[in-house]
Design a protein. Structure first.
Length: 133
């Protein structure tokens, strides 16, 4: 099941939306590779990209929040920090166990599910705050 960047995922902030699209594209690339029997081969590329890109994306989001004095910054940053630990844990599993079907499933549920939920519930609040200022 591929993820689609729908209206309900738009925050209205061009930078944030662009970065969210790239994160979703990376997950979709992994899912497409899985559909063609190449998921395990693609897993290392996807997890490395997600680890690097979430660090960049979260940094960009956090700078915007500080710049616009987002009142829930500390909680939002905590969500980001916890997610980075999840991604790092998946990378450790990949190094230890190699690319397994179970790990591909974990990327899909733990990473893709978290991102979609986070965008819909938290990032839209940040964007609304920025727009209101």
């Amino acid at each position: 099941m591929a993820y689609t960047f729908t209206k309900d995922l738009e925050t209205g902030n061009q930078l944030i939306d662009s970065e969210h699209r790239q994160l979703i594209d990376a997950i979709n690339n992994l899912l497409n590779a899985c559909a063609t029997g190449k998921g395990r081969a693609e897993l290392a590329n996807t997890t490395k990209f997600l680890q690097d890109y979430t660090a960049k994306h979260f940094s960009d989001e956090e700078k915007l929040q500080l710049q616009h004095q987002y009142p829930d910054y500390m909680n939002h940053k905590r969500y980001h920090d916890e997610f980075k630990k999840v991604v790092a844990g998946i990378c450790v599993k990949l190094d230890k166990e190699g690319p397994t079907v179970a790990l591909v499933g974990e990327v899909n549920s733990a990473i893709a599910g978290w991102l979609i939920n986070h965008i819909k519930k938290e990032d839209v609040k940040v964007a609304a705050h920025i727009k209101s200022r």
